[in-house]
Design a protein around this ligand. Structure first.
Ligand code: PEP
Ligand code: MN
Length: 338
């Protein structure tokens, strides 16, 4: 349920509503928008929050149910777009934010070459996995903390923030020490213990869509993060699974305008895992920006033929440079910039 307060509601009036919610056994989440103040009052799905307990409290304008199953990530709770700021880079505003780098951090030479290339091409965030969720238990699964240290070194050397995946709730504190953005991979979208742990931090988090999940399930996963008080959530569409086998996954391009309509959270697109082949990546990346994505997550490797993970879908540094030029025109055509 949401309680909308008068824009001029006093701190005491807001606190009264929160206190009332607490006394009835519900949690409350405050959104101080620029022109309205909204409090979401949430309980278990079986418990209906009694509207009449709030309608007559001072400062309250309206009390209404949130119609969608997801609550905190919904536009009904927050009508304005959310901006997630990472080291001064705003995700969700006019700028299309390009994050790029190798699938996995492999060694110092590789990640430094990748960081240099990413920076030179004009991308502004470096990606690289230190903990990899691999389908086969026999595949390279990342360097762990040594990989995180290399990423942090690359950040210092090239002045570029880093995004890296965390796969286990027990590693959240460790990854937090090194990463500017925590990535939750597609396979962990519904790892609720992991989401709850990350929700406790106030760190920016990129939540990838699982390839077999609906938008509703994806936004409910975002609610897990937000319920703990972490509002710095960025969504990432990376393709879903269907009958098609000419690309690795099928990018759900509709999810971009769908998210924009039903959620206030920024959404970026990973064209690399959707396409699965480097030749397809530029077209998919441009389509995503044209459709309104707030950014891209692109795999780039200094030598894709030697990559330990996802070489076939990785761009070379020169391909990234060319793509960035094209992306600038697409972004401009839809009123954005890179
Ligand atoms: C990745 O970004 O490296 C990755 C493993 O992607 P996904 O979780 O989307 O499969
Ligand atoms: Mn990958």
């Amino acid at each position: 349920m949401i309680v909308e307060m008068r824009p001029s509601a006093t701190k005491e009036e807001i606190e009264d509503v929160v206190r009332k919610a607490t006394s009835l056994g519900f949690s409350s989440h405050l959104n101080m928008g620029s022109n309205k103040v909204v409090i979401a009052i949430l309980g278990e799905i079986t418990e209906q929050v009694p509207e009449e307990s709030f309608t007559h409290l001072p400062g309250v304008i309206t009390v209404a149910q949130i119609c969608t199953p997801y609550k905190l990530s919904s536009r009904e709770f927050k009508s304005e777009d959310s901006l997630v700021s990472v080291d001064g880079i705003e995700i969700g505003g006019k700028r299309v934010v390009v994050m790029a780098g190798p699938c996995a951090v492999e060694n110092e030479e590789q990640i430094m070459a990748a960081a240099k290339a990413v920076k030179q091409a004009g991308a502004c965030i470096l990606r690289g996995g230190a903990f990899k969720t691999r389908t086969s238990p026999f595949s390279f699964s990342g360097l762990g903390e040594a990989g995180l240290r290399l990423l942090a070194e690359a950040r210092e050397r090239f002045g570029i923030p880093v995004i890296t995946e965390v796969t286990d709730p027990r590693d959240v504190d460790l990854v937090l020490r090194y990463a500017d953005i925590l990535q939750v991979g597609a396979r962990n979208m519904q790892n609720f213990a992991l989401l709850t742990e990350i929700g406790r931090s106030k760190h920016p988090v990129l939540l990838k869509r699982n390839f077999a999940s609906t938008v509703t399930e994806w936004l409910l996963a975002a609610d897990y993060l937000m319920k703990g008080g972490n509002n710095r959530v960025i969504l990432c569409e990376r393709g879903v699974r269907n009958f098609e086998d000419h690309s690795r996954f099928s990018l759900d391009i509709c999810s971009i305008p769908v998210i924009k309509r039903f959620s206030h959270l920024p959404i970026i697109v990973d064209p690399s895992h959707a396409a699965g082949h480097y030749l397809l990546v530029p077209a998919v990346a441009k389509a995503a920006v044209a459709a309104g994505a707030d950014g891209l997550l692109i795999e780039v490797h200094p030598n894709p033929c030697k990559a330990l993970v996802d070489g076939p879908q990785s761009l070379t540094p020169s391909m990234l440079t060319l793509l960035m030029e094209d992306l600038k025109s697409v972004a401009e055509a839809v009123g954005r910039y890179i």
